[in-house]
Write a protein that binds this ligand. Structure first.
Ligand code: MN
Length: 260
């Protein structure tokens, strides 16, 4: 490999020929967190408390304590998050190959469909139509479902809980089967609070994005934003979860490199 290649990338970022897009939601106490019905245990919300703020507790420094579940805000799902992925030795946050944390992305635009139907399900046919326009989903790519759901700023509207469970768009079980069986992807990413559709507890298998993606050692990304700023193909994501020993996931900063 030419030693100039990395310098060309660095120069293109500095010069603006490659844009860096932030796909991350700001973490704050109001950050919406997935809620499970009884008898299941739930995640703590995000909390932050000041240790010192240039005051008697520390006159020259400012810092905070944090508390949260691993799956809070914009976050990474490691394969061991799901029972089907528990036997992957490289499926924990501290054992994932770092090479897989830098990967291309494709974006399936479902924003119109999700605006018309809060329970919109992406099907295998959507992947197939996308591929006729943009080419085959590359090996090792993230597949991102754009719904513009991240534009729902009110936490209640973002979670969209109804009598019969959340009304949130996502992939069908058939879509996840198709992706796992036919393409060699890095993972699956969405704008919603979790990688599965709101009604995925009724699917067979239940929660197919978790069951099938993690069962085949793939990753998940949830609560992404700014997917409307990505091209259908040609971007590269940087996704580095915290190196938590035996972690099942973590909040992270997700960056996309995009040609200007
Ligand atoms: Mn998660």
């Amino acid at each position: 490999m030419s030693t100039d290649l990395l310098m060309q990338v660095a120069a293109a970022i500095a010069g603006g020929q490659i844009k860096v897009i932030d796909l991350t939601q700001t973490l704050r106490p109001s950050t919406p967190v997935f809620v499970l019905p009884p008898p299941f245990a739930n995640s703590d919300p995000f909390s932050i408390s000041v240790i010192s703020h240039y005051d008697d507790r520390g006159p020259a420094w400012y810092w905070n304590n944090l508390s949260m579940g691993e799956h809070t805000g914009t976050h990474f799902d490691a394969p061991v998050h799901w029972v089907t992925g528990q036997h992957n030795p490289d499926g924990y946050t501290d054992t994932i190959p770092v090479r897989r944390m830098i990967a291309p992305a494709v974006v399936i635009d479902c924003s119109k469909e999700a605006a018309a139907d809060e329970k919109f399900l992406l099907e295998p046919s959507h992947f197939q139509v996308w591929e006729t326009k943009h080419g085959r989903i590359p090996d090792g790519a993230w597949v991102l479902m754009r719904t513009d759901w991240s534009k729902r700023r009110d936490p209640a509207s973002f979670l969209n809980m109804k009598e019969d469970g959340p009304h949130v768009p996502g992939p069908s079980a058939a879509a996840m089967h198709w992706l796992v069986d036919n393409r060699n992807v890095n993972g699956w990413g969405v704008e919603a609070v979790g990688t599965d559709a709101g009604q995925a507890f009724t699917f067979e298998p239940q929660f197919p994005a978790h069951n099938l993606m993690h069962g085949s050692n793939r990753f998940g990304l949830a609560s992404l934003c700014n997917l409307d700023q990505l091209p259908p193909t040609g971007s590269v994501l940087i996704t580095t979860p915290l190196k938590i020993e035996k972690g099942s996931g973590s909040p992270l900063r997700v960056l996309a490199l995009v040609p200007a």
